[in-house]
Ligand binder design. Sequence first.
Ligand code: BGC
Length: 740
Amino acid sequence: MEQHHLTENKLKLYFAASFFALIFFSTSVNCQNNLQKDTTASPVQITRNKIDTEIENILSQLTLEQKVALCHAQSKFSTKGVEQLGIPEIWMSDGPHGVRAEIKWNSWDYVGWTDDSVTAFPALTCLAATFNPELAGEYGFSVGEEARYRKKDILLGPGVNIYRTPMNGRNFEYMGEDPFLASKLVVPFIKGIQKNGVAACVKHFALNNQEKWRNHINVELSERALREIYLPAFKAAVVEGHAWSIMGAYNKIRGNYSCQNDYLLNKILKGDWNFDGVVVSDWGAVHSTNAAAAGLDIEMGTKNYYDNYYLANPFLAAIKKGEIDEKVLDEKVKRILRLMLRTTMSPHRTLGRKNNPEHHNVARKVATDGIVLLKNRDNFFPIKDDKNLTIAVIGENATKPMTVGGGSSELKAQFEISPLQGLKERYKNATILYSMGYSSGKGAWDRALPPKLNQDSLSTEAVNLAGKADMVLFIGGLNKNHFQDSEGGDRIQYGLPFGQAELLNRLSKVNKNIGLVLISGNAVEMPWIDKVKGIMQTWYLGSMAGAAIADVVSGDVNPSGKLPFSFPVKLEDNAAISFGSSSYPGDSINVYYKEDILVGYRWFDTKKIKPLFAFGHGLSYTTFEVSNAKTDKRNYSRNDQIKITCDVKNKENIEGAEVIQVYIGKQDSKVNRPIKELKGFKKVKFENAEEKQVTITVDVAQLAYFDETISNWHLEEGKYTVFIGTASDKIIKKIDINIK
Ligand code: BGC
């Protein structure tokens, strides 16, 4: 009898799963086949109702204990299922640049498997720099396939916390300073992952903009800054990307921890945005059973025995005592079951692949598309492969692995092509010599200094080499050590670390022909900028790093990346930092976002401070001419779209791409507004010298600001200015329009 009952339950589950698979596939086919008109409103509704009915069926078979067990970890990266009912466990993995090596059940140590190496994809700052939503989709799909191969149900990424200061140790994992850019890239990225039947987990919701004191710092900010700057990318991830899960942050917001923040989780996320997925806590970010009522669904990483997690026995006890309504639990379980039906209980998801040439190719494409040529005096780049040429490659980053370190995003890459290796493989005629030049020292992820060398002798050796070479290619920047681009701490200096600035000065005395390959996820100070001819911002590029760098340095690929954040000349030019320590990093208890909505280029533009390199900046080996920029009309009403067109001409007969950027601003607003904000962009590719017409559309509704007096978006009437250009500081045409 008992046996029969179980079989029957399993059968029900099976039907639920097959049924869901059908829906999963029909929706993904529909997504791919966008041409279909939206005549499906009622069938979709029916489908939703059916899923909900199935979820209710399963729910009704679960005991209170079984339900509570679904809401918290059973190991470092998994949650329990219900074995008797055939409900599987959920397995998660970091995220976001690849699938992290397998971690032990109860500790942070790696298991040491031999088959868990993966493709390391470029860091998300690089993806942001591509300004290429299509590539974001390919990246998402590929990393999702690797997650499937590794049997993961939730991939912990992408991250979309806004770049507020260059000091944040985790900026490299995010998509820059602009909410519109991050939104446009996060949506296809999520859809790509989830096409595999793997849930994306968008993080860290919200306002985790610094690592210093991240576990307790309380963020105070205006509602406008929250809605206009810090939430839009999360909102897009949920409303347009349909993310199946989201991760709460460590920090507090207006006095409450993010993972137990009723306003953020219940009101905004689940209420206003209709989020139907699962809220997963960051690891160890829950501090009380209040998190249950405040909207958290799954608790992970608490330093306690699993049964003693806040959402385990204490939650169960509170329900039994009637302190928490069982409905609160049921609502979580429904979300968790929905996620399972979308992932681990969907029998038709992809099987996954990893380390395959297609993924390496996607990694290389994203990498080359995202490299930004910042400066190119005397056409230092590209460097031709000439047998009479001797290149002195100098710098620790030429050989230092960058997929290791940095915190939870570190990867066990199947291979990582270093910049030096990539250059040596590409340059068959020129002579390439190498000297390390400086060392980041010794430590967990560091490398030891070569025997008998210290910083002085390293530097002297490099200077000697530079004196003998035709040119110096300095490959430096930051790395993934603590206090660099790494989780759990912020940077401690804005300038280049490990004596690199001094080394650059010394090198420039013996060789005037210096180019810099800057490997970092953050802006750095450049007091030595006049001493180098060319600068290429190359981020952390993953497995294919060296090959991609060689592609662009050699000119095989023409750079087309654009900066997703501004580079201040000096640190105090950054908005948050200009307001002093209460605004960053805070007093260890509170941090006040005093720059309000004026983050990044919004600040530089409005305050007329010249950045070292502006948001959206990036050079090419060819020149583009933009002409004939116009809007389709001058007068618009609230439901209109503004259609902006221009002609773009590639003036040289080489491949290349330009990003046309549309910013819009309102000068005579009744509230403070930035001079201009990004509202549209398009990356246009050219195969040779040709001219193309580019069209970008902007919904008028996008021009609304968040009006705190009515707690809603408000579209002001009147005059607006449309700025069309190829960088936030390279505006080619301004056009005034009117909104009625
Ligand atoms: C990080 C998350 C990560 C989690 C699991 C936390 O410390 O903040 O981003 O997903 O650990 O490794």
